[in-house]
Design a protein around this ligand. Structure first.
Ligand code: ACO
Length: 340
């Protein structure tokens, strides 16, 4: 008989941070030609959080990360890998935001790096953490989705500035011997032929910093909103159908469907296509807007802190973003219930 006992990757804890400053729809009414009614009807967003001028992506990521570490019942010394998903890093080249977050948490001499997958970043991180743990290379991986999206938003462009907000979410993915705690499956995918749907043209090798970049506002996010919307509904629905079918699970048996919080109408269309009940679908887009890589973990944290998410309950993540990238994950919550 073999002595081999499999190692499973488990989603051990969740933490999040939302900056204090609120940017409401009525604030935006005085900045661009829009109305609270239009924004609410077309997106479901009421308000979003904006980081302070001296509050950076790494500050938000470190705060979310510390909560996740504490709630996992481990110490910073137990973390053996730190990965951050962000498209709004502290520095666009180096050092990585993961390195800065590690230092802020006092985690040293441990592998740390960033990934760029826009709104799909956090679910991409789950696939990475799972692979590192199940191969036996790491035991406690800190994954962080953090964005200061306000730093790349043009607050004169009504087509984008109404959508985005700042924030961070983090989780500890740990090695476990218990199969019932295992992350069941992760699907992560991309199609670069849609790269122009969502793009920040500068800074980068195509458009290094120059007067032209400043004059033409190439440092701001540009989006083909309507095309992105249609593709998002199609892709998000298809991806969930595939992951559920592959794992022989019915949509009605998932207590927590946590889609990327980009637009209420996208979430509603996907939920309806999957025949999800209202009580299954998690919604935070109204109060945070689209926080990109932080969107999914901020939503998980929300149901955790409200007592809605309990130990052992199954979660289904479904996300879509610039790249284009998309990803879904099926996983039980393996942490302790919220204690207040
Ligand atoms: N206020 C008032 N009118 C507006 C506003 C606004 N804030 N924004 C656009 N409009 C106008 C347009 O100018 C247009 O006017 P026109 O008909 O006179 O030309 C009209 O409203 C309709 O514009 P559409 O772009 O067709 O509006 P739509 O219903 O598609 O809503 C929105 C726009 C909210 C941006 C939507 O397309 C959307 O949510 N798209 C998806 C965003 C997304 O999911 N992104 C993915 C992830 S993000 C990431 O990865 C970082």
């Amino acid at each position: 008989m073999s002595n081999y006992s499999p190692i499973y990757a488990s989603f051990r804890s969740i933490g999040a941070y939302a900056p204090q400053k609120i940017l409401s729809n009525s604030d935006l009414e005085s900045m661009v030609d829009t109305t609270d009614e239009w924004i609410l009807k077309r997106t479901g967003i009421k308000e979003r959080r904006i980081a302070a001028d001296d509050e950076y992506t790494s500050d938000m990521g470190a705060k979310a990360g510390l909560k996740a570490i504490e709630r996992a019942g481990i110490s910073c010394d137990d973390v053996d890998l730190v990965i951050c998903a962000t498209v709004t890093p502290d520095y666009f080249n180096m050092p990585s935001t993961a390195c800065i977050i590690s230092d802020k948490l006092g985690i040293h001499n441990v592998q740390a790096f960033d990934i760029s997958a826009a709104c799909s970043g956090f679910v991409y991180l789950i696939s990475l953490a799972k692979a590192f743990i199940e191969s036996g290379m790491k035991k406690n991986v800190l994954i962080i989705g953090a964005e200061k999206f306000s730093s790349i938003v043009d607050y004169t462009d009504r087509g984008t500035c109404i959508l985005f907000g700042d924030g961070a979410g983090a989780a500890i993915i740990s090695a476990s011997s218990k199969k019932e705690e295992a992350i069941v499956d992760v699907h992560a995918s991309a199609d670069g032929s849609y790269a122009d749907f969502l793009v920040t043209p500068a800074p980068g090798t195509i458009n290094p910093v120059s007067q032209k970049v400043i004059d033409e506002g190439l440092n701001f996010v540009q989006m083909k909103g309507n095309e992105t919307f249609k593709l998002a509904v199609k892709t998000l629905t298809k991806d969930v159908i595939e992951i559920l079918k592959k794992n022989s699970i019915n949509a009605e048996d998932i207590p927590h469907f946590i889609p990327h919080q980009a637009n209420y109408r996208i979430i509603k269309a996907v939920g309806d296509a999957l025949k999800m009940r209202e009580d299954q679908v998690v919604l935070t887009v109204g109060k945070y807007g689209n926080t990109s890589a932080a969107s999914i973990p901020m939503a998980v944290n929300d149901i955790y802190e409200s007592g809605r998410l309990k130990k052992g309950e199954m979660m289904l993540f479904d996300t879509f973003g610039g790249g284009l990238t998309w990803a879904s994950a099926l996983l039980p919550f393996a942490g302790e219930n919220y204690q207040g």
